[in-house]
Design a protein around this ligand. Structure first.
Ligand code: XMP
Ligand code: MG
Length: 176
């Protein structure tokens, strides 16, 4: 049992299972993007820990950059994406992989994909650590996914509850 602010959480995905699966995704991307010099666009803050682990397992030439979007408050998705901040690189004609912590309703990712596609990248795919398929509110193709999970609130490994819990080295789920 773990307490983050006023809520109790229980173990959900252990560090070892998480990192083994992330390593597999890294190897898969390395094979599929060999000679493509992909640009990884990491969505801060949540994806920082997933991205670090993933990139240790990407063994091909690539670039990494970081953006910020904001669409979430407390434990409910508002689905409101304000802006994409911090993208200095041109993604025109690049093979882009968006690195996200979690796809919930998919609204954030959908808007991000739309905004980035206006720059006409050569290709654009999504790599997310966690995916809640039953929460999806918009059609979305998720090429690389660490774990599909049920529609429950999780923290740890970059994911926060009201700003806290991002430093936890495994995934915890809200206790019922
Ligand atoms: P949508 O609904 O747009 O949301 O796909 C994506 C963003 O919402 C956050 N999110 C969560 N954060 N535990 C969290 O700590 C969760 O269970 C959760 N579900 C969604 C997250 O920031 C993600 O980028
Ligand atoms: Mg996020």
């Amino acid at each position: 049992m773990l307490t983050v602010k006023d809520k109790k959480f229980v173990t959900f995905i252990e560090k070892q299972a998480l990192e083994e699966r992330i390593a597999e995704v890294g190897r898969e991307i390395s094979e599929e993007y060999r000679d493509k010099n992909p640009l990884f666009v990491v969505v801060l803050n949540g994806a920082f820990m997933f991205a670090a682990e993933l990139m240790k397992n990407v063994t091909i030439g690539c670039e990494i950059t970081f953006v910020r979007v904001s669409s979430y408050s407390k434990t409910e998705s508002t689905g409101q994406l304000t802006e994409v901040l911090g993208l200095k690189e041109s993604i025109h004609n690049r093979h882009v992989i968006i690195v996200e912590d979690i796809v919930d309703t998919g609204l954030t990712m959908n808007k991000l994909l739309f905004q980035l596609s206006t720059q006409r990248p050569e290709s654009i795919q999504v790599a997310t650590m966690l995916f809640k398929p039953s929460a999806l509110k918009t059609p979305l193709s998720v090429k690389y996914c660490g774990f599909e999970i049920e529609n429950r609130f999780v923290v740890g490994y970059g994911l926060d509850y009201d700003g806290y819990g991002r430093n936890i080295d495994s995934i915890y789920v809200l206790a019922e």
